[in-house]
Design a protein around this ligand. Sequence first.
Ligand code: SF4
Ligand code: SF4
Length: 237
Amino acid sequence: MDTKLKLVCERIDDMLGYPENIIYGFADLSDDKYLHPSYPYLGKCVVIGVSLSKSSVSDLLNGISQEYIDECYRANAELDVLAAQVQDILEDGGYRAKALLSSTSDYDPITYRTDFSHKRAATKAGLGWIGMSGLLVTKKIGSALRLNTVLTDAPLSTDNEPVRVSECGDCVACMKHCPSNSIKGVLWDRSLDRDDLIDVKSCYNECVDAASKVDFEYPLCGKCITSCPFTLKYIQR
Ligand code: SF4
Ligand code: SF4
């Protein structure tokens, strides 16, 4: 690794490597399926996760709370600041970089897809796998996190191996707790698409219903977050 790149990596690690509420990793997106369509020349990335507070996710099985909504906004705002700082570090090093936004509210209303999947990038960065729920599942904080990504052409490399298969094992907790039966019970691997795992239309409708109960404008449910044993382990730690 050349000196310039080493310095960039050290600065990123100084910022993201120590806070307890942050996880991060570098990923190679050179596989076409993962590239951002607007930035196909940025084939590497830094994926950042910020954990949601334990109290905000602990009671989601009983419905979404204002605390959970506020916490999602707080984590998204923190992520967007961190991503902008990582972009600055990469640009200072002479590389091109683009910090994306953590919010996923810019989805296509027909397909419910965004231009870029932070979750898929996170699996490539070795942060976790896509659970039966369609959420990113990490060993440290389960699915109680928000994500953002900084795309770059810096030749970042990492010791973290990409995660290629599910580590859900024989668990089906999220499927049992999903109020709309949207979770199909399929174990993820890299060949599968989101639609192989969940019925996204049915999940969306349930999220609209759940959000309307608390007068919230964006669809939100989260029962699959709290029912996951990896999230529960984080909450109980
Ligand atoms: S968000 Fe709610 S409706 Fe959608 S898959 Fe998770 S538990 Fe089911
Ligand atoms: S609840 Fe169980 S099956 Fe669902 S994502 Fe978590 S570990 Fe996987």
